[in-house]
Design a binder for this molecule. Sequence first.
Ligand code: ADP
Length: 566
Amino acid sequence: MCILSNNAIQILEERYLLKSKDGCAIETPQALFKRVAKFVSSNEEKNSFYETQFYKLLSSLKFLPNSPTLMNAGCKNGQLSACFVLPVKDNLESIFTTLKNTVLIHQSGGGTGFNFSKLRPKDDLVTSTNGTSSGPIGFMKIYDAATEQIKQGGKRRGANMGILNVDHPDIIDFIRSKSSKKTLENFNISVGITDAFMNAVIHNLDWQLVNPRTKKVDRTVSAKAIWELIIKEAWLSGDPGLIFLDTINISNPTPRAGTISCTNPCGEVPLLDYESCNLGSINLSKILKFHNDIYIIDWKTLSKTIHLSIRFLDNIISVNHYLIPEIKAITIENRKIGLGVMGWAELLILLEIPYASEDAIQLAKKLMSFIKKESYKASENLSIERGAFTNWKDSLHYSHQKLRNATCNSIAPTGTISVIANTSYSIEPLFALAYNRVGILGGKTQTEINAIFLQKMKAINLWSEEVESEVIKTGSIQHIASISKSIKSIFQTSLDIPWYYHLKHQKAFQNHTDNAVSKTINLPETATIQEVSDIYMTAWNLSLKGITIYRYGSKDHQVLQKCSLN
Ligand code: ADP
């Protein structure tokens, strides 16, 4: 069993370890990993063999599944998936049935995505009552209020993705809906963008907004004006992001089962209505070996880890407790899973490759294409052993490969599991070399210096009081004259890295990820509106599935803040 960091122990104790009625932890972290390994191997013929394998996988911190699996595996009616998309049709029955299902999902630790574009616009006619409709944003506020009140078993508040397509008559209000800091706080919002809209922006054409109830044109606006409003709001508050619906549907593996109109809250899994997906991430900082005094990637260990992780994630679909029959039906038909990574920035630091470099991009492509190839091999092996997913014959995979799972890979944010694994988030660069971590447990602020940075600086005799105080003050070493350019480039942090390198990393991982990549393009406070426009446009040109930016300081509350003693 790997030694856990203090942060990991604290988070596990607060949120993940089983508790007695009076709130005391009744299991150790080791027992948690045993509980999960035992339950997730319970469908195996050789279950004690796989229980041991899974226990080793988890307790070595080489791989961790998404939070609901760690929290709920082996518990009565344990719901194990993180990602859901639910339909919202244009009637109160559907709106409130979905709200009820949402609350149940949040209570179990899952997050939900909704595309509200089928709802008639605000003030449109409601014939049954001779009244007028509240419109999508009015109903989103009700969903938001429900989310606010339902804490996940007292552990964390739920998360939602809200999407409105760019041709909905209420799109302007939607784009502005998070302008005021206190509204829709439990939603990430994204505009559903089509290629037709992007062409209209580029050619400065008119754009029609269409009432989804009557299918008639409500009014015509300038595409460019909508684009500029999106950009201004994103610059101001980080919302809205974009999701590129045409790009997503080109790689929809099961088009006959439906069109995809939505993703889960952080965007890494495009899903059909009622579909769910369970995620897991490989800790890249644990797949290195020391050879002739330098670190190199241990491809053999990586391959073994991938095969076992895919089996683990596929088992979850079989042993999971499904909250409603509709979710069970489509999830079992497609068996979508999302194996991703965390610790990418730390791997690059250990290999001494700057994040903002072509070497890093080339390695990202090589690494993720290996992960995808091995994931598909593992899924193919499972299809031989257990059968292909039900919709396989109707899927895009049919002419290529027999698979157990309609999708295999997603790059999730790993917001909590990377803290448990004590590594850097997902494929993000280090946010800062020292930071105040606020609010992870809603408690007091803690100052931390990144351990790998500290270890490296000490190893090369560069750690001094001067460096320490600068790092604690600014979170960066970029302004310390005595440190060489090459060391500085290895330790560039999120805000030091030019935005196009953030995008290049997203693209490199997206190219070898069948679902999607959750990535935030972090920008300094000084970033301009034009830069945000360039980023969103480049994201579409690169055929990314979605894009989110965050300009430092543009939200009241940030989980991670650059260190400041002032
Ligand atoms: P974790 O590290 O806790 O496993 P991630 O940060 O990787 O989770 O997020 C993965 C997905 O889990 C998100 O896209 C979302 O679907 C879901 N999720 C994350 N945080 C929450 C939350 N607070 N409430 C509900 N769902 C969440």
